[in-house]
Design a protein around this ligand. Sequence first.
Ligand code: GLN
Length: 318
Amino acid sequence: MSEKIIDLQKALDDALSLARQHIDKGNVATYIPELAHGNPKHLGACIMSTDGERYYAGDSKQLFTMQSISKTITLILALKLAGEDEVFSRIGVEPTGDAFNSIVRLETKTQFPLNPMINAGAIVAAGCCFEQKGDRVYEEFLDLARKLCGNKDISMDEKVYISEKTVGMRNRAMAYFLQGEGVLKCKAEDALDLYFRMCSALVNVCDLSHYALILANNGKCPKTGEVLVEESVVRIVKTLMVTCGMYDGSGEFAIKVGMPGKSGVGGGILATAENKMGIATFGPSLDRKGNSVGGLIILEELSKKLGLHLFSGNVFYR
Ligand code: GLN
């Protein structure tokens, strides 16, 4: 084994051990009843490097729903189906500083959602997809998710979908407002149904690290050379991940971790190290902003130990 391989596995194991000491500081999401069954002690991570190596630690096979991580794929699909001009005439690209499910800026700032990484923005992005293809578009979303994750078996968690569809009144309120304002051009319920399905796609950290690797590699699969996402689209997605991917925790994440990142209330976080690796973490114990407590620590540690911060100047801390 080369020295590099030993270092990466050790860095991952060490980061996990450190994170494990802190996961009891958070709580699993309960506002979607089905997510309340998550085990707060679960912790896992996976790294996939551009040279094809894979490193696992902890609960790396445990399945969880993508939740807001799906917003990145929804955006990719919306840009592909409806085009950049249409999408960004209805969704902004600015951070909010508010919670992911906040409703407040819709009326006080503009009637457009401020960015596609928060619920309101992703509901409009889902609407853009639905308006182009109707009900069939969920299969297209799953196909894209399967390709990006390198796993043809990715499917939807029916229970989580039903659970959120039943209780998702805040999302419903936003969608009806957006339909009333003409920002959503399809029916609110159609956009919502698609959005809830997208959030309920089931993955593990291995799947997500593959997806993160594709983003890190600017849309091209390093294994096959196939272009899965256009480079110009990847640039938009990663930029929005930096500025808005962790909602009102994005600034702190940018300072501490310094990589494009996207979290979900299912406990996942996805992060991309430019041209080097894709990283995914899982830990359903969340902080008050809805970001995984353990995942944040793992990513901060890896960023420090492996010199992954965008502005680290490639310094390796050993
Ligand atoms: N489905 C969740 C919701 O709409 C997604 C939120 C998240 O992961 N932050 O509330």
